[in-house]
Write a protein that binds this ligand. Structure first.
Ligand SMILES: [Ca+2]
Length: 308
């Protein structure tokens, strides 16, 4: 069944059905591979852009998490001088660093927002058609509600990203760069200091710079990570259900809170322009990470869906 004509411009129909979700070939949090069913739905052809988010902010006056000072209650023991509006900004290192410590490339920058993603003095003036960044989960959800849309569940997102290629490594097949052609905005070279720019982009790229997948979607992997509405959990390993779960959702916020943290974590999907094979081979439909809901960075954005 197709969904008829799109409910809004710039959306593509992703047919419902069963598919193999997850992967057993890369990182442990992606497995086990399990059969999952989702209903057909409309999916934004590209991540929400700066221009689109600007229309939302203009219309609603929405203040993003990055524009609001953190609540001291959420950060016991924190230096009050650091509890100012701001966000996380990627800073390449001068040379090889310990890849186990993300502080080697993430800097907390006061004044970094979606309008000034790298902090005061930076601008999105020439990035209107890039994905919006520096948006936390609440900001993405508020945009979706304003637009008459929703955020995808992880299963919906992965179904859409696979483009109908059952079990393929990438959204376009099993070969990273078929015929030498870059298919997504990722990181080539040694992360986080040597960006060889073989795909032409150091940071985010205009949406649609790379080919569509089989369902007509751009930038499902690479460019920016995308928020989904599922709270983070590891897929169950022991169950052998008789039937594929239909439209599964993970709704347990409390279980997603990591030790020592106060905020729940949601699933982000798709990898970003910072994903390098040596560090984070996550520009794949099955790849997933958890992110605390109040976090915003220069490499997380989102796209929306409409369920018929
Ligand atoms: Ca790149």
């Amino acid at each position: 069944m197709s969904g008829g004509s799109p409910p809004q411009p710039g959306m593509a129909w992703v047919p419902g059905g069963e598919f193999r979700m997850g992967s057993d070939r890369f990182y442990p949090e992606e497995g086990p591979v399990r059969r999952v069913a989702v209903d057909g739905l409309w999916v934004d052809e590209a991540p929400v852009t700066v221009a689109e988010f600007a229309r939302f902010a203009e219309a609603t006056g929405h203040l993003t998490e990055a524009e609001i000072a953190p609540d001291p209650a959420d950060y016991p023991g924190a230096d009050p001088d650091l509890l100012v509006p701001g966000s996380l900004v990627f800073r390449p290192s001068q040379g090889p660093v310990d890849l186990r410590d993300a502080r080697n490339w993430w800097a907390w920058v006061p004044g970094a927002t979606w309008r000034s993603p790298e902090g005061p003095g930076s601008s999105v003036e020439d990035r209107q058609d890039h994905p919006v960044t520096q948006v936390a989960y609440r900001d993405a959800a508020a945009y979706a509600a304003w637009a008459g849309k929703d955020l995808p569940t992880e299963a919906e997102w992965e179904r859409a990203a696979r483009g109908g290629l059952e079990g393929a490594v990438f959204a376009w097949g099993d070969e990273f760069a078929p015929g030498g052609r870059p298919m997504a905005n990722t990181w080539q070279g040694e992360f986080p200091w040597q960006n060889l720019l073989e795909d032409g982009f150091a940071g985010t790229s205009p949406v649609g710079s790379f080919p569509r997948n089989g369902y007509g979607l751009h930038d499902v992997t690479g460019n920016v990570w995308e928020w989904t509405s599922d709270f983070f959990a590891l897929p169950a390993r022991s169950e052998r259900p008789c039937c594929a779960p239909s439209n599964p959702r993970v709704t347990d916020a409390a279980a997603s809170v990591a030790p020592g943290e106060v905020h729940p974590r949601r699933v982000i999907k798709g990898g970003s322009h910072l994903c390098a094979p040596s560090y984070c081979l996550r520009y794949r439909p099955s790849a997933r990470q958890s992110e605390t809901v109040e976090t915003s960075t220069t490499h997380i954005g989102f796209r929306c869906v409409v369920r018929p």
